[in-house]
Design a binder for this molecule. Structure first.
Ligand SMILES: N[C@@H](CCC(=O)N[C@@H](CS)C(=O)NCC(=O)O)C(=O)O
Length: 208
């Protein structure tokens, strides 16, 4: 490790599920001392987030030279590289691409859940599109079914389990739809994972 390690700024709220993925990775990789969390407001057009990430999305990692890295999966790969480990993602080969694909599947649950939540947040109640909501809920249901059929190892913390735990944590928190009843293996998986990986509880959004 370099004698003068670089520090970083993470733009994210404590409530962002994608931000939680990165905060979990930071914790697991032992990088807490090198990262300062600076909250972002995605709705504020004057927030520098929009210069740091033209998409205006968090999380966004700001390096010492002002350059930025996004999105959450890329940030996690970068931080694992900084920490000099491939424990979160195999370095190469079929296992790497299998892991990246499953990690994207988990992220897709969060993405669809966010769109369901945003429908309620951005549109007036009378303007909600049930068709659109059902379309997003279908993605969540199918992805949950895939993980229910074949849950990852709850004893392992990696890019898949971090993403899946944050997705399920977000479903529990924002409740875009009930998931526990129809996915008992996944509910048991989350409990086992949370027991094994304390970073999950440590990164839980604070109660409001
Ligand atoms: N694919 C992105 C998704 C990030 C994302 O959707 N973040 C949400 C907050 S959890 C956001 O910034 N939403 C504001 C917006 O979409 O304008 C990632 O993995 O980082």
């Amino acid at each position: 490790m370099s004698s003068n390690p670089q520090n970083f700024v993470l733009r994210s709220t404590l409530t962002s599920p994608f931000g939680r993925k990165v905060r979990m990775a930071i914790d697991v990789l032992g990088l807490n001392d090198r990262i300062t969390l600076v909250p972002a407001d995605t709705l504020d057009e004057n927030d520098t987030l929009r210069q740091q990430n033209p998409l205006g999305k968090m999380p966004c990692l700001v390096l010492a030279d002002g350059s930025t890295i996004y999105d959450s999966g890329v940030i996690i790969e970068f931080l694992a590289d900084v920490a000099g480990t491939d424990r979160l993602l195999p370095a190469s080969g079929p296992a790497r691409f299998k892991a990246l694909t499953l990690a994207r599947l988990a992220d897709g649950i969060t993405e669809a859940a966010i769109l369901v939540v945003y429908e309620g947040r951005f549109r007036d109640p009378g303007a909600h599109s049930e068709r659109w909501l059902a379309h997003q809920r279908g993605k969540i249901t199918r992805a949950l079914a895939a993980f229910e059929k074949s849950p990852p190892d709850p004893g392992k913390t990696d890019i898949i389990t971090i993403g899946l735990a944050c997705a399920l944590g977000y479903l529990d928190w924002r409740k875009p739809g009930e998931w526990r009843q129809d996915h008992p293996r996944l509910a048991a998986w989350l409990a086992a994972f949370a027991k094994n990986e304390p970073a999950f509880e440590r990164t839980r959004a604070p109660a409001v």
